[in-house]
Design a protein around this ligand. Sequence first.
Ligand SMILES: [Mg+2]
Length: 328
Amino acid sequence: MSPTLADLSEAELLKRLARFAPPDQLSDDTAAVPSDRRPLLINTDVAVDGIHFSDATTTPTDVGWRAVAANLSDLAASGAVEIEGITVALVAPGRTSWDWVDGVYQGISAALGQYGGILLGGDCSKGEQRLLSITALGRLGPLRIHRNAARPGDVLVTSGPHGLSRLGLALLQDDPSVRDIDLPSTLRDKAIARHQKPTPRLEEVQQLLACKPEHLPWRAGGTDSSDGLLSAVVGLCNSSGCGAVLRNDQLPVSEGWPEGSPWTDWCLAGGEDFELVLSLPGAWADVWQQYVPKSQRIGQINAEAGVIRWAHNHEQVDTGGFDHFGQP
Ligand SMILES: [Mg+2]
C-alpha cells in the first residue's frame, strides 16, 4: 500500500520529487535560468481540488498534465516559442497517498516531455485542500501577443472547437443533461480526452509566426480561451477598446455537436478549452487558417467599444460568462 505524505518525512518526499527533475536541479533553494536575449514570459496558474480537478473526473496524471497545459497555454497565447521550465508548489493534507503525488508528477513530466522545459524547483506544504500552484517560464518569439492589441477591421479567429472540455466534464460526471443524448462515440471520446489532457497551442503559435504576410507589422491581439470563448472575446474587446460582431452560423464546434441548449452555451462559455483566440488582419488570418485546419473564423472586431453583437440580428450577446469567484 502506498504510504501517505504523513508517513514520509519531508526529506524523503523531496528526495522522491527530485526524481522528476534533472540531477541536482532541486538540491538548492533557487534555480538558475540561463540568460538569453529574448525576454522571459512568466505566468502562474493554480489548480484546486474540487474546483479544477476531482478524483471522480481526473486521474492523478491528468491533474499534473492539465496544470502544466493550463500554464503553457497562457505562455503560448502571449507568443512563447520555447518553454524553459516550471516551478511547482504542492499543498496537500497529510492523509494524501504518495501514489497520488507520484501520479501528479508523472503527468507533469509527461507534459514537459511533450512541450519542452524542465522541473526547475518548487515547494511542498501540508494543507487542508489539495492544490498545485505552477509558475511557468517561456521565451518570447518575434511577436508579443497582447490582449489589448485588437484593432477595428481585424478578424477574430480561434485555433479549434469549443465546448469539448465542458462536455467531457458532463460525461465524466454522468450529468443528466447528457445522459439520454445519442452523441457520436468519436465526439464523446474527444470530449473526455480534451477535458483530461488538454493541448497548449504552442505549435499553432509557431505557425502564426511562420506565415505572417511580409507587408504586415508584428501586431496581433490574442489570449487563450481557458475561461471560455466569450470571456476571451470580451477580454480582447475591453482591453483594446473595441467591440466585436460574432457569427452564430460560424460557432467553432466539433462535428456532431448538437444545436440549442446547453450546447451553444457550452461552446461560448464552457471554459477550459485552451484554444487561441486571435484578432488578426484578414490576410494573416487567411494564411494561418490554411496551416491550422481546425481553426475557425468566428467574427470581426469593430470600433463599438465594449459591445459584442450577433451578426444576424445585431442583438447584444449575453456575456455573463464564467466568474472565478461567483457562486457555482
Ligand atoms: Mg488563460
